[in-house]
Ligand binder design. Structure first.
Ligand code: SF4
Ligand code: SF4
Length: 452
């Protein structure tokens, strides 16, 4: 965070998460020009002015002026009808940091009214990783009662109690989702994975999605790093990055999670922190710096790690020289730019560079690869219809490429695409881009074996 920027984040020992007044300068930057309309996915789906960024900014102004109450039902509905995707920030002539405004508003609402009991119960388990882990393992063991395996994902079984109550949030028989893995990634691998002739050691922040839903992709990431002579540390004590909680305004829980994560990664002694998820990487690069900006102990530590956090694609192509993949991967692949990976971490060229370096792989660009997929963490559950309308556009764009594989750099988008692509009748495989690189490295061995 630049010094000038710091004054917009922290003032008198408080951040904008603690005091709505701090975002007043951001509000003043908005000219109400409406440029944000054309890129806001929620406006694109709902076509109502209240969905647009400038309307939410007007609400923040009215709240600060004492003309509106945050817990007015209409205000509440507007505040949560937003994916926090940052798309509006890419098309704003005055560079309004809308993410700070919306997060400050939601945090102010939680300060005023507290959290609803269900969110409070779920978020508090995140602060107790063993309890959270046990809950997900029980879920993994029991999921067969509620879900059936179908089209590469899981769908609600018609006999499940979910089938009766879950339709409103998209848990119907058509819903495709990845299954919870009985053995999470961090249980599968040792805390240190050695690499022959290692030249560097890095720490891998798995995040919960790679750990519980996509452990194979997490394993692929580790395999790719070790194939590039990198020793990988995967601390078991790491917990959720906190982004799913931050977007609901529960700042104190995120501060606890951030401090725990910082302590855990400090102990690794590694120089670099690697992520395979745009939301997790964005948390380490930006959110922890902001939420801990007034903390004299953890603020500087957050800044230390922010400078050393890299998406795996950036690390492989900018920090080290990627070992050239030689195994042929005969696929037609398109790439979806996850909002947090592109708009928060500014990573978009690097995954494409990696994909295009794989022999046999044909790369096809979508017409709008960085259009949001509509996931937005829990937005997909609370606003399923809007989320699906956004996802349908993405699925149509994917279908037009005629790719057989959709590669992604964020597990939450993988989940959303799995559902929307299959609902739109597509049969494409949804995969993390790092898995295609791992596939090429694995093929080198089999290709070599078949030649000899
Ligand atoms: S594009 Fe920026 S300045 Fe224009 S209305 Fe949207 S937020 Fe305000
Ligand atoms: S963050 Fe995304 S969903 Fe929210 S107002 Fe901006 S563009 Fe729309």
């Amino acid at each position: 965070m630049a010094t000038t920027d710091k004054a917009q984040v922290v003032r008198a020992g408080k951040t904008y998460h603690d005091d709505l007044e701090i975002v007043r300068e951001e509000l003043d930057k908005c000219m109400k020009c409406g440029n944000c309309m054309s890129v806001c996915p929620v406006y694109g789906a709902d076509k109502v002015e209240t969905a647009v960024t400038r309307s939410k900014i007007a609400v923040a102004e009215a709240v600060l002026a004492g003309e509106l109450e945050l817990d007015d039902p209409q205000v509440y509905a507007m505040l949560f009808n937003c994916l926090v995707c940052k798309s509006c920030m890419t098309n704003c002539p005055t560079k309004v940091n809308f993410d700070r405004i919306i997060l400050a508003l939601r945090a102010a609402l939680v300060r005023k009214n507290g959290l609803p009991w269900l969110k409070k119960a779920i978020f508090s388990t995140l602060k107790h990783p063993k309890l959270f882990d046990a809950g997900l393992r029980i879920g993994a063991a029991m999921q067969g009662l509620a879900f059936k395996t179908d089209k590469g994902g899981k769908a609600i079984s018609p006999r499940s109690p979910f089938a009766r109550v879950g339709g409103a949030i998209g848990f119907d028989e058509e819903r495709q989702m990845p299954g919870l893995n009985v053995t999470p990634l961090r249980e599968r691998v040792p805390e240190v994975v050695k690499a022959p002739g290692a030249v560097l050691k890095v720490a891998f922040f798995t995040g919960d999605s790679l750990n519980y839903f996509y452990p194979d992709a997490g394993q692929d990431l580790i395999d790719v790093l070790t194939a590039n002579n990198i020793e990988v540390h995967i601390p078991k004590a790491q917990n959720c990055c906190g982004v799913p909680v931050l977007v609901h305004g529960d700042v104190e829980t995120v501060r606890t999670l951030a401090r725990n994560n910082i302590d855990t990664f400090d102990k690794t002694g590694c120089e670099y922190l690697i992520t395979g998820c745009g939301s997790c990487g964005g948390a380490w690069q930006h959110d922890y710096v902001d939420i801990l900006a007034a903390d004299p102990v953890y603020g500087p530590k957050a800044e230390y790690w922010a400078k050393r956090t890299y998406d795996v694609s950036t690390f492989l192509t900018r920090i080290i020289k990627l070992r050239e993949p030689k195994g042929r991967v005969e696929r037609v692949v398109t790439y979806h730019d996850s909002c947090h990976l592109k708009k928060s971490m500014k990573v978009f060229a690097e995954p494409r560079e990696i994909l295009k370096s794989i022999p046999g792989l044909t790369f096809k660009e979508m017409s709008a690869p960085d259009a949001c997929c509509g996931s937005g963490g829990s937005f997909v559950l609370s606003h399923y219809e809007t989320s699906s309308a956004i996802g349908r556009k993405k699925a149509d764009d994917i279908n037009r490429t005629q790719a057989d594989t959709v590669s992604v750099g964020c597990p939450a988008c993988m989940m959303q695409l799995l559902d929307n692509v299959h609902r739109a009748g597509g049969q494409q495989e949804i995969t993390h881009f790092i898995s295609l690189l791992a596939e090429s490295y694995r093929k080198e061995k089999t290709d070599k074996g078949s030649r000899s």
